[in-house]
Design a protein around this ligand. Structure first.
Ligand code: SIN
Length: 520
């Protein structure tokens, strides 16, 4: 009999690691896997701005109002209420008091709160301008200290379900249940059958399906694709959030220029040095992200320029020097020959956050028994049609806690006889080794298609075109997947084409422009 874990968690961002910590401290036998070689590699690691936290002069109702305004009132009201009431305090209880994250302090040695677009209060705590890596490093250190088991370089291939995989045909007639995951050991090229009573998908977003993105290369829509294949409900997939400002530079790619620069006074300007946000919103640079991203797109289309500028050199409101407050951005731009203290930063919009995902309830439960999803891969409905800045890390944390508590409170051991009917992965003796260039080429094709036809501004014709191009690639990629020797890149490519198709289908089915889904 194979080992059966209480819980297997896929992903090591803030949601996966926090969930593992909660579960471990509840006495659960938990395994965390990540496809990446570095445990820290995740969307969370690259988060710059910060995380909403409790503040004396703030209220749950004012936070809710800001979330609903940004989300165009398309949000799940119970998720917004729950998040606003229970989330901000968790930053203190869990991240600061338990994990020991030492957020930036102001000149009086008090936690420094910063501002971002569409917030009515300065309620965001941060660590300089690289909050994500600080949180992740501290979470990893804590998880290791309490003995959480983490396997790196292990890529989830498929969820195991009774209906799909059991050798007992009677399982076909039962309600679908998730029973574990088939996992590729990237280094040994073997496939493990990992059985578990509960599976939690915390695998992050899908920004890397787009030509320009702030996300790491690993954000390939794996969790959505895997859950979709297993039959879970996926919702709101047309709502891809584009961040208005990523660095435009020949040599430095995927680099975010945090919204907190605009929170601290930075202005968007065109190539003539003119401000333009007043033409798009009375909130100017602090309008919700979808509005600013479209304004950037319009200005670039009108002028024919490939980028605009963000200037913090003239209007900085902060108390600590710019190079300290925005140390990471300062150093990265400096490497690229730009001094943010004295000159504007060339910026373009880029795919940033997947507001849709695997449909879950307040406990992170999906539509499939024993399957939970938390963090960016899930859709709690909190963000509605457009996410308010700095809500995502906290959403990951809140649902990590909720899912852990729900599993603990309702734990049921699966019958060993049922688990014994799950076969090992069937690996044919001979499979072809494909040239990595072929995979790269197919990936590039998906990214360009998504950027051009399912990007910031969509048209019916463009989406039709995307659909037929993706169908064509899909046929080729699935054939390729069946014939190739499995590796991480092929698994990611299969996930990418499926998630891209889900996004395009959702966009085609929603002809109404709302939030970050804009159809012309
Ligand atoms: C940023 O720093 O601009 C990103 C914050 C977020 O996406 O919530």
């Amino acid at each position: 009999m194979k080992k059966v874990f209480d819980v297997i968690i896929i992903g090591t961002g803030i949601s996966g690691l926090s969930n593992a910590i909660y579960l471990k401290e509840m006495g659960m036998d938990t395994l965390v896997i990540t496809k990446n070689d570095e445990i820290s590699e995740s969307n969370t690691y690259y988060a710059q701005g910060g995380i909403i936290a409790k503040k004396e002069d703030d209220t749950a109702s004012s936070l809710s109002k800001d979330i609903l305004n940004a989300g165009c009132y398309y949000n799940n009201l119970s998720a917004v209420k729950h998040f606003s009431e229970t989330g901000p305090g968790l930053v203190f209880d869990f991240l600061i008091d338990k994990i020991g994250v030492n957020f930036s302090k102001d000149e009086n040695n008090k936690i420094d709160y910063t501002e971002e677009a569409a917030h009515s209060n300065r309620r965001i705590v941060h660590y300089e301008d690289h909050t994500g890596d600080k949180i992740i490093e501290d979470l990893i250190a804590y998880a290791k200290k309490i003995g959480v088991s983490i396997l790196n370089s292990h890529t989830a291939i498929d969820l195991i379900t009774n209906n799909h995989h059991s050798k007992d045909c009677q399982e076909l007639y039962k309600k679908r249940e998730v029973m574990g995951v088939y996992v590729l050991n990237n280094l040994e090229s073997t496939v493990d059958t990992i059985l578990a009573n509960y599976v939690i998908i915390a695998s992050g977003g899908a920004g890397n399906l787009y030509q320009h993105t702030t996300n790491p290369a690993s954000a390939t829509g794996d969790g959505v694709s895997m859950a979709y294949r297993a039959g879970a409900d996926i919702i709101n997939s047309e709502f891809i959030q584009f961040h208005p400002t990523s660095l435009f530079h020949r040599d430095i790619k995927r680099f975010l220029i945090s919204e907190s620069l605009r929170g601290e006074g930075a202005k968007l300007i065109n190539h003539k040095g003119e401000e333009f946000m007043q033409n798009y919103s009375h909130l100017k640079e602090l309008a919700p992200r979808d509005v600013v991203a479209r304004a950037m797109y319009e200005e670039m289309s009108k002028s024919g320029e490939e980028y605009m500028f963000l200037d913090i050199s003239h209007n900085y409101k902060g108390k600590v020097p710019v190079e300290e407050r925005f140390s990471h951005i300062f150093r990265t731009c400096q490497k690229g020959g730009i001094d943010i203290r004295t000159e504007p930063i060339p910026v373009v919009p880029a795919a940033h956050y997947f507001c849709g995902g695997i449909k879950v309830d307040l406990n992170g439960r999906t539509s499939l028994k024993n399957l939970y999803a938390i963090g960016e891969v899930s859709c709690t409905g909190l963000h509605g049609a457009n996410r308010l800045a700095s809500t995502s890390l906290l959403e990951g944390l809140v649902w990590a806690r909720n899912a852990a508590e729900h599993i603990k409170g309702n734990f049921q051991q699966m019958k060993v006889s049922r688990l014994n009917n799950i076969p090992d992965w069937d690996s044919p003796e001979f499979r072809e080794e494909f040239d990595p260039l072929l995979i790269k080429q197919d990936f590039q094709a998906i990214k360009l298609t998504m950027w051009n036809y399912a990007g910031i501004i969509r048209t019916k014709k463009g989406l039709d075109r995307a659909k037929s191009d993706l169908n064509y690639y899909s046929h080729r990629i699935m054939k390729f997947y069946r014939e190739a020797k499995l590796n991480k890149s092929i698994i990611e490519l299969r996930n990418a084409i499926i998630t891209a198709s889900i996004i395009v289908d959702s966009a085609m089915h929603n002809s109404k422009s709302l939030g970050c889904h804009f159809v012309k």
